[in-house]
Design a protein. Sequence first.
Length: 255
Amino acid sequence: MKWSLNTYQTCQDWELSRILEVAEAAGYHGVELLMDYKQKHGFEWDTPADQWGSLKEQVDASGVVISSLTSCQNFHSPNAADRAESVRRVKRVIDMTEFMGCDHVRVLGDRFDDNTRDAVVGYVTHALKELGQYAQPKGITVSIEMHGTFTAAEPAMQVIKGVNLPNVGFVFNSQFVGCEGGSIESLFSRIAPHITAVHTHRAEDPETFELYRQMFQWLKRIGFEGYISNECAYRGPDSEKVLALYVALFKAFVG
C-alpha cells in the first residue's frame, strides 16, 4: 500500500509547490489532485496543453508523484448531450494523465432515485465503458468512486459488471454501507477485487475506527498495492503535523 494526499478541503487554497512540499515532508508517496473546483494547483480538464509541461516539471522535481487526477465529472444527467460533454472532458483528463506519467483517473456516477435507478446505472455503465476503452491503450485505469447513491455495492457492482473491462474499477470511499453490524466481510467479499484506490476520511473517529482497521487488514491480506488517499478535509491549525499523523495511523493499521 502507498499513501496519497487528496487535495479536497485541506489543500484547496495551496499552490502546487506547497502541496508537493507538505506531502513529501509528511511521508506521502503521492498527491491526488481534485479537479472541477478551481483549486490553486492548476490541474483542470480545460488547463491549456501548453501549461502541462511546467506543471509536470514541478511534480518531477519533487519527491512525490501524481497518484490520480480526480475528476468530478458525472454521468447521471438524463440529457444525452450533458453526458457526452462529461465524457469529452474526462477524455481530456485522460490525455493529461498520460502526459503527466500518471495511470489513474477517478470519476463520479453519481445519484439516482427509485424512479431513475435503472436509467442512471445504464448511463454510467455506457460512459465508463467508453472511457475505459479510450484509456486502456494508454495504460490508464478509470475508476468510479463509490459516492452519492453508488456508495451501495449493488448498483456499483452492476456498473462494473456491465463495463467488464480490466482497467475500470472502484475508488472505495470508506462509507461502509452495509457494514452496520460491525463487519466489512460481506461488503468486501463483493467489491475488494475491483478496488483500485481508497479514499479515507476521519479514520480516527471511534464510530468507524474498527471498520477502518478491518479494511486495512483486508487490503493487506489480498496484497493491495494501490493508493490509500487521505481525504480528511482538515482545515484547522498545524495541517502539516495532522497530515503526518494520518500517515502514522495508516502504518499502524497495516501493522
